[in-house]
Design a protein around this ligand. Sequence first.
Ligand code: SAM
Ligand code: SF4
Length: 322
Amino acid sequence: MKDNFNRNIDYLRISIIDRCNLRCIYCMPEEGITNLLPHHEILSYEEILKIVEIGVDLGITKIRITGGEPLLRKGIVSFIERLARIEGIRDIGMTTNGVLLKKFAKDLYNAGLKRVNVSLDSLDENKFRAITRVGLIDDVFEGIDEAKNAGLQPVKVNVVVMKGINDDEIEKFALWSKKVEYQIRFIEFMPVGQNAWKKELFISKDEIKERIENKIGKLIPVQMKKSGPAEYFMLEGAKGFLGFISPMTTHICIRCNRLRLTADGKLRPCLFSDKEVDIKKILRSGTSTEEIREIIIKTIHLKPQGMSEHTKPLRPMSTIGG
Ligand code: SAM
Ligand code: SF4
Protein backbone atom coordinates (compact mmCIF):
# COMPACT_ATOMS: atom_id res chain seq x y z
CA MET A 1 0.00 0.00 0.00
CA LYS A 2 1.61 3.26 -1.13
CA ASP A 3 1.04 6.63 0.53
CA ASN A 4 0.84 9.96 -1.31
CA PHE A 5 4.64 10.14 -1.47
CA ASN A 6 5.14 6.66 -2.91
CA ARG A 7 6.29 5.18 0.40
CA ASN A 8 5.30 1.57 0.90
CA ILE A 9 3.42 1.27 4.19
CA ASP A 10 3.95 -2.24 5.51
CA TYR A 11 4.67 -1.68 9.21
CA LEU A 12 2.12 -1.25 12.00
CA ARG A 13 3.21 -0.29 15.51
CA ILE A 14 0.58 -1.12 18.08
CA SER A 15 0.49 0.35 21.56
CA ILE A 16 -1.54 -2.13 23.58
CA ILE A 17 -1.53 -0.32 26.93
CA ASP A 18 -1.06 3.22 28.26
CA ARG A 19 0.17 2.08 31.69
CA CYS A 20 3.80 1.64 32.66
CA ASN A 21 5.80 0.29 35.59
CA LEU A 22 8.56 2.91 35.11
CA ARG A 23 8.44 6.70 35.09
CA CYS A 24 11.27 7.68 32.72
CA ILE A 25 12.05 11.36 33.14
CA TYR A 26 11.91 11.98 29.38
CA CYS A 27 8.60 10.24 28.87
CA MET A 28 6.36 10.78 31.88
CA PRO A 29 5.76 13.09 34.79
CA GLU A 30 6.85 11.73 38.19
CA GLU A 31 3.28 10.92 39.21
CA GLY A 32 2.75 9.04 35.95
CA ILE A 33 -0.02 9.75 33.47
CA THR A 34 -2.92 10.92 35.61
CA ASN A 35 -5.72 10.54 33.09
CA LEU A 36 -5.18 6.85 32.34
CA LEU A 37 -7.81 5.26 30.15
CA PRO A 38 -10.58 3.21 31.74
CA HIS A 39 -10.31 -0.40 30.59
CA HIS A 40 -13.30 -0.24 28.25
CA GLU A 41 -11.62 2.60 26.34
CA ILE A 42 -8.64 0.39 25.52
CA LEU A 43 -8.92 -1.71 22.39
CA SER A 44 -9.58 -5.33 23.19
CA TYR A 45 -7.22 -7.94 21.74
CA GLU A 46 -10.05 -9.04 19.43
CA GLU A 47 -10.42 -5.51 18.09
CA ILE A 48 -6.66 -5.19 17.54
CA LEU A 49 -6.57 -8.54 15.73
CA LYS A 50 -9.41 -7.47 13.47
CA ILE A 51 -7.59 -4.24 12.54
CA VAL A 52 -4.40 -6.23 11.90
CA GLU A 53 -6.20 -8.72 9.67
CA ILE A 54 -7.57 -5.92 7.53
CA GLY A 55 -4.17 -4.17 7.57
CA VAL A 56 -2.45 -7.35 6.40
CA ASP A 57 -4.84 -7.51 3.49
CA LEU A 58 -3.67 -4.00 2.58
CA GLY A 59 0.01 -4.92 2.71
CA ILE A 60 1.05 -4.78 6.39
CA THR A 61 3.64 -7.50 6.98
CA LYS A 62 5.47 -6.28 10.04
CA ILE A 63 4.07 -5.60 13.52
CA ARG A 64 5.66 -4.07 16.61
CA ILE A 65 3.95 -4.28 19.98
CA THR A 66 4.66 -1.42 22.35
CA GLY A 67 3.03 0.63 25.10
CA GLY A 68 3.18 2.01 27.88
CA GLU A 69 4.78 -1.20 28.98
CA PRO A 70 3.36 -4.02 26.85
CA LEU A 71 4.38 -6.79 29.25
CA LEU A 72 2.00 -5.35 31.86
CA ARG A 73 -1.04 -6.28 29.82
CA LYS A 74 -2.71 -9.54 30.87
CA GLY A 75 -2.86 -12.26 28.23
CA ILE A 76 0.09 -10.89 26.25
CA VAL A 77 1.49 -14.34 25.38
CA SER A 78 -1.74 -15.70 23.94
CA PHE A 79 -2.28 -12.41 22.10
CA ILE A 80 1.12 -12.80 20.40
CA GLU A 81 0.22 -16.38 19.58
CA ARG A 82 -3.00 -15.27 17.87
CA LEU A 83 -1.20 -12.46 16.07
CA ALA A 84 1.47 -14.85 14.77
CA ARG A 85 -1.24 -17.08 13.33
CA ILE A 86 -2.47 -14.35 10.98
CA GLU A 87 -1.32 -15.32 7.54
CA GLY A 88 0.79 -12.64 5.88
CA ILE A 89 2.56 -11.38 9.00
CA ARG A 90 6.24 -11.97 8.53
CA ASP A 91 7.66 -10.26 11.58
CA ILE A 92 6.47 -9.49 15.09
CA GLY A 93 8.68 -7.42 17.39
CA MET A 94 8.20 -5.78 20.76
CA THR A 95 9.57 -2.66 22.43
CA THR A 96 9.76 -3.08 26.19
CA ASN A 97 11.55 -1.61 29.17
CA GLY A 98 12.71 -5.16 29.92
CA VAL A 99 11.69 -5.21 33.58
CA LEU A 100 9.38 -8.21 33.11
CA LEU A 101 11.23 -9.77 30.20
CA LYS A 102 12.97 -12.45 32.23
CA LYS A 103 9.58 -13.86 33.14
CA PHE A 104 8.10 -13.70 29.62
CA ALA A 105 10.92 -14.08 27.06
CA LYS A 106 10.72 -17.84 26.49
CA ASP A 107 6.90 -17.93 26.28
CA LEU A 108 6.86 -14.93 23.95
CA TYR A 109 9.37 -16.59 21.67
CA ASN A 110 7.38 -19.81 21.65
CA ALA A 111 4.25 -17.80 20.89
CA GLY A 112 5.83 -16.31 17.77
CA LEU A 113 7.57 -13.11 18.85
CA LYS A 114 10.72 -12.79 16.75
CA ARG A 115 12.66 -9.86 18.16
CA VAL A 116 12.79 -7.44 21.02
CA ASN A 117 13.98 -3.87 21.57
CA VAL A 118 14.83 -3.10 25.18
CA SER A 119 15.13 0.46 26.45
CA LEU A 120 18.15 0.95 28.67
CA ASP A 121 19.44 4.50 29.09
CA SER A 122 22.23 3.86 31.56
CA LEU A 123 24.59 1.05 32.49
CA ASP A 124 24.92 2.41 35.99
CA GLU A 125 22.54 1.16 38.66
CA ASN A 126 22.03 4.54 40.36
CA LYS A 127 21.70 6.53 37.19
CA PHE A 128 19.27 3.99 35.74
CA ARG A 129 17.21 4.43 38.88
CA ALA A 130 17.37 8.20 38.59
CA ILE A 131 16.27 8.17 34.93
CA THR A 132 13.46 5.64 35.38
CA ARG A 133 12.68 6.95 38.89
CA VAL A 134 11.72 3.44 40.09
CA GLY A 135 13.57 0.82 38.03
CA LEU A 136 16.10 -1.79 39.11
CA ILE A 137 18.79 -2.24 36.47
CA ASP A 138 19.42 -5.91 37.22
CA ASP A 139 15.86 -6.76 36.19
CA VAL A 140 16.63 -5.32 32.76
CA PHE A 141 20.03 -7.03 32.40
CA GLU A 142 18.44 -10.35 33.34
CA GLY A 143 15.60 -9.69 30.89
CA ILE A 144 18.03 -8.96 28.06
CA ASP A 145 20.03 -12.13 28.78
CA GLU A 146 16.89 -14.21 28.90
CA ALA A 147 15.66 -12.72 25.60
CA LYS A 148 18.88 -13.75 23.91
CA ASN A 149 18.84 -17.23 25.47
CA ALA A 150 15.22 -17.68 24.43
CA GLY A 151 16.16 -17.08 20.77
CA LEU A 152 14.75 -13.58 20.28
CA GLN A 153 16.97 -12.21 17.53
CA PRO A 154 18.30 -9.59 17.26
CA VAL A 155 18.19 -8.06 20.72
CA LYS A 156 18.34 -4.30 20.32
CA VAL A 157 19.09 -1.95 23.18
CA ASN A 158 17.67 1.56 22.81
CA VAL A 159 19.45 4.45 24.53
CA VAL A 160 17.86 7.90 24.52
CA VAL A 161 20.82 10.24 24.93
CA MET A 162 20.44 13.42 27.00
CA LYS A 163 23.21 15.94 27.59
CA GLY A 164 24.27 16.18 31.22
CA ILE A 165 22.15 13.17 32.13
CA ASN A 166 23.57 10.10 30.41
CA ASP A 167 25.84 11.41 27.64
CA ASP A 168 28.83 10.61 29.86
CA GLU A 169 28.00 6.95 29.20
CA ILE A 170 28.20 7.09 25.40
CA GLU A 171 31.70 5.66 25.45
CA LYS A 172 30.70 3.01 28.02
CA PHE A 173 27.85 1.83 25.77
CA ALA A 174 30.21 1.81 22.78
CA LEU A 175 32.71 -0.35 24.67
CA TRP A 176 29.89 -2.65 25.74
CA SER A 177 29.20 -3.34 22.03
CA LYS A 178 32.64 -4.94 21.84
CA LYS A 179 31.62 -7.59 24.35
CA VAL A 180 27.95 -8.32 23.67
CA GLU A 181 26.10 -9.41 20.54
CA TYR A 182 23.39 -6.79 20.85
CA GLN A 183 22.58 -3.87 18.58
CA ILE A 184 23.03 -0.85 20.81
CA ARG A 185 21.17 2.09 19.31
CA PHE A 186 21.55 5.69 20.34
CA ILE A 187 18.33 7.65 19.83
CA GLU A 188 18.11 11.44 19.60
CA PHE A 189 15.90 12.89 22.31
CA MET A 190 12.60 14.10 20.82
CA PRO A 191 10.16 16.70 22.08
CA VAL A 192 6.88 14.84 22.60
CA GLY A 193 3.88 15.74 24.77
CA GLN A 194 4.73 17.72 27.89
CA ASN A 195 8.03 15.91 28.34
CA ALA A 196 11.25 17.35 29.71
CA TRP A 197 12.76 18.14 26.29
CA LYS A 198 14.98 21.22 26.25
CA LYS A 199 17.50 22.33 23.66
CA GLU A 200 20.24 22.16 26.30
CA LEU A 201 19.55 18.44 26.80
CA PHE A 202 19.74 17.65 23.11
CA ILE A 203 22.74 15.91 21.64
CA SER A 204 22.88 15.06 17.95
CA LYS A 205 23.82 11.80 16.27
CA ASP A 206 26.90 13.50 14.74
CA GLU A 207 28.14 14.57 18.15
CA ILE A 208 27.61 11.09 19.59
CA LYS A 209 29.49 9.51 16.67
CA GLU A 210 32.30 12.00 16.95
CA ARG A 211 32.75 11.27 20.64
CA ILE A 212 32.95 7.53 19.99
CA GLU A 213 35.43 7.97 17.16
CA ASN A 214 37.60 10.36 19.20
CA LYS A 215 37.67 8.28 22.34
CA ILE A 216 37.13 4.64 21.33
CA GLY A 217 37.86 4.04 17.67
CA LYS A 218 36.69 4.16 14.11
CA LEU A 219 33.05 3.38 13.41
CA ILE A 220 32.95 0.92 10.53
CA PRO A 221 29.71 1.21 8.49
CA VAL A 222 27.58 -1.93 8.39
CA GLN A 223 24.76 -2.62 5.97
CA MET A 224 21.94 -4.39 7.81
CA LYS A 225 19.26 -6.26 5.87
CA LYS A 226 16.48 -4.43 7.70
CA SER A 227 17.78 -1.23 9.21
CA GLY A 228 14.61 0.92 9.32
CA PRO A 229 15.48 4.46 10.35
CA ALA A 230 18.79 3.42 11.98
CA GLU A 231 22.31 3.71 10.56
CA TYR A 232 24.61 0.92 11.74
CA PHE A 233 28.32 0.69 12.50
CA MET A 234 30.67 -1.50 14.44
CA LEU A 235 33.94 -1.07 16.26
CA GLU A 236 36.84 -3.17 15.13
CA GLY A 237 36.67 -6.68 16.58
CA ALA A 238 33.32 -6.01 18.28
CA LYS A 239 30.68 -8.70 18.81
CA GLY A 240 27.81 -6.25 18.60
CA PHE A 241 26.74 -3.25 16.57
CA LEU A 242 26.15 0.42 17.23
CA GLY A 243 23.12 2.07 15.69
CA PHE A 244 22.06 5.70 15.44
CA ILE A 245 18.48 6.88 15.12
CA SER A 246 18.34 10.57 14.37
CA PRO A 247 14.78 11.77 13.86
CA MET A 248 15.83 15.32 14.77
CA THR A 249 18.81 15.78 12.45
CA THR A 250 18.34 13.36 9.54
CA HIS A 251 15.53 13.19 7.00
CA ILE A 252 14.40 9.74 8.04
CA CYS A 253 10.81 10.49 6.94
CA ILE A 254 11.70 9.74 3.30
CA ARG A 255 11.83 6.05 4.19
CA CYS A 256 8.99 6.00 6.73
CA ASN A 257 6.88 2.87 6.25
CA ARG A 258 4.83 3.08 9.46
CA LEU A 259 1.37 3.48 10.75
CA ARG A 260 0.61 3.59 14.49
CA LEU A 261 -2.35 2.29 16.45
CA THR A 262 -2.76 3.74 19.94
CA ALA A 263 -4.15 1.83 22.91
CA ASP A 264 -7.33 3.92 22.80
CA GLY A 265 -7.92 2.98 19.19
CA LYS A 266 -6.62 5.90 17.17
CA LEU A 267 -4.74 5.30 13.94
CA ARG A 268 -1.86 7.76 13.65
CA PRO A 269 -0.20 8.33 10.31
CA CYS A 270 2.88 9.97 11.86
CA LEU A 271 4.55 10.11 15.27
CA PHE A 272 5.04 13.84 14.92
CA SER A 273 1.56 14.73 13.78
CA ASP A 274 -1.46 14.81 16.05
CA LYS A 275 -3.70 13.93 13.13
CA GLU A 276 -5.52 10.76 14.19
CA VAL A 277 -8.41 8.69 12.94
CA ASP A 278 -10.71 7.18 15.57
CA ILE A 279 -10.84 3.60 14.33
CA LYS A 280 -12.27 2.28 17.62
CA LYS A 281 -15.41 4.37 17.24
CA ILE A 282 -15.87 3.08 13.72
CA LEU A 283 -15.14 -0.50 14.74
CA ARG A 284 -17.60 -0.36 17.64
CA SER A 285 -20.37 1.11 15.52
CA GLY A 286 -20.74 -2.22 13.74
CA THR A 287 -19.21 -1.01 10.51
CA SER A 288 -18.33 -3.49 7.79
CA THR A 289 -14.84 -4.77 7.09
CA GLU A 290 -14.89 -2.85 3.82
CA GLU A 291 -15.52 0.44 5.63
CA ILE A 292 -12.69 -0.20 8.10
CA ARG A 293 -10.45 -0.95 5.16
CA GLU A 294 -11.39 2.41 3.65
CA ILE A 295 -10.51 4.14 6.94
CA ILE A 296 -7.05 2.54 6.98
CA ILE A 297 -6.47 3.63 3.38
CA LYS A 298 -7.63 7.15 4.24
CA THR A 299 -5.20 7.29 7.20
CA ILE A 300 -2.30 6.16 5.01
CA HIS A 301 -3.10 9.03 2.65
CA LEU A 302 -2.93 11.44 5.61
CA LYS A 303 0.76 10.65 6.16
CA PRO A 304 2.69 13.90 5.91
CA GLN A 305 5.80 14.06 3.77
CA GLY A 306 8.01 14.92 6.72
CA MET A 307 8.06 15.95 10.36
CA SER A 308 9.01 19.51 9.39
CA GLU A 309 5.31 19.97 8.71
CA HIS A 310 4.74 19.59 12.45
CA THR A 311 6.46 20.59 15.64
CA LYS A 312 5.67 18.80 18.83
CA PRO A 313 3.01 16.12 19.19
CA LEU A 314 0.75 16.77 22.17
CA ARG A 315 0.21 13.20 23.26
CA PRO A 316 2.75 11.76 25.72
CA MET A 317 5.10 9.19 24.17
CA SER A 318 3.85 6.50 26.54
CA THR A 319 0.41 6.71 24.91
CA ILE A 320 1.73 6.66 21.35
CA GLY A 321 4.25 3.88 21.83
CA GLY A 322 7.40 5.44 20.39
N1 SAM B 1 7.84 1.05 27.72
C1 SAM B 1 8.48 0.55 26.57
C2 SAM B 1 9.92 1.01 26.49
O1 SAM B 1 10.29 1.92 27.20
O2 SAM B 1 10.66 0.43 25.69
C3 SAM B 1 7.75 0.87 25.28
C4 SAM B 1 7.16 2.25 25.13
S1 SAM B 1 8.37 3.56 25.01
C5 SAM B 1 7.32 4.94 24.82
C6 SAM B 1 9.05 3.27 23.40
C7 SAM B 1 10.39 3.88 23.12
O3 SAM B 1 10.26 5.28 23.04
C8 SAM B 1 11.47 3.62 24.17
O4 SAM B 1 12.63 3.10 23.53
C9 SAM B 1 11.76 4.97 24.74
O5 SAM B 1 13.09 5.10 25.17
C10 SAM B 1 11.44 5.86 23.56
N2 SAM B 1 11.15 7.24 23.93
C11 SAM B 1 10.23 7.68 24.82
N3 SAM B 1 10.25 9.03 24.88
C12 SAM B 1 11.19 9.45 24.00
C13 SAM B 1 11.66 10.72 23.58
N4 SAM B 1 11.17 11.84 24.07
N5 SAM B 1 12.63 10.77 22.64
C14 SAM B 1 13.14 9.64 22.11
N6 SAM B 1 12.73 8.40 22.45
C15 SAM B 1 11.77 8.30 23.38
FE1 SF4 C 1 7.50 3.62 30.52
FE2 SF4 C 1 8.78 3.20 28.24
FE3 SF4 C 1 7.90 5.66 28.89
FE4 SF4 C 1 9.91 4.64 30.23
S1 SF4 C 1 9.91 5.11 28.04
S2 SF4 C 1 8.11 5.65 31.13
S3 SF4 C 1 9.44 2.50 30.26
S4 SF4 C 1 6.66 3.91 28.47
